[in-house]
Design a protein around this ligand. Structure first.
Ligand code: NI
Length: 167
């Protein structure tokens, strides 16, 4: 297993649109393991392949406190969304920034697991937020892009300053 470098906003590669995975093979399963290790070590609750510069439709999520409930979504599709709720979100590609975003409160998602088997999952709470956040990454969208232009400008300069200070 390996810890992969995570692209940092506003890296242009975060805006690439991910392609559908045609075959769930050992290469995909290796990437799943590496992404899970990267997510757990960060630590974070979700990671999209886009964030490790792999532009394919793959997400890993684990919102459990015990870090033993890894969920893998390959070619995920949102088939239903209900309700609306604002939640504070963060992102491993936008470190130290937490902002409120409004999303569906409950979602139903259909995807393949790491064995290529189709499953359907109904989610609410943090898991629902996380699924929508990570699926946005696959579309090339970072959560801060829901915010006003003024806020986005402020976030970019804050990140620039942070990075200068850690050099
Ligand atoms: Ni993110």
């Amino acid at each position: 297993m390996a810890i992969l470098p995570i692209l940092q906003y506003p890296d242009e590669r975060l805006h690439k649109v991910a392609k559908k995975i045609d075959q769930v093979d050992n290469g995909i399963r290796k990437l799943v393991r590496d992404m899970a290790e990267t997510m757990y070590s960060a630590p974070g609750v979700g990671l999209a392949a886009t964030q490790v510069d792999q532009h394919i439709r793959l997400i890993v999520i684990d919102v459990s406190e015990t870090h033993d409930d890894l969920k893998v979504f390959i070619n995920p599709e949102l088939i239903q969304g209900a309700g609306q709720k604002e939640n504070e979100e963060g992102c491993l590609s936008v470190p130290g920034i937490y902002e409120k975003v409004s999303r569906a409160e409950r979602v139903t998602v259909r995807a393949l697991d790491e064995h290529g088997k189709t499953f359907t999952l109904e989610a609410e709470g943090l898991l629902a937020v996380c699924i929508q956040h990570e699926m946005d990454h696959l579309q090339g969208k970072v959560f801060v892009e829901y915010l006003s232009h003024l806020k986005q400008t402020r976030i970019r300069s804050k990140l620039k300053k942070q990075r200068r200070e850690t050099l």
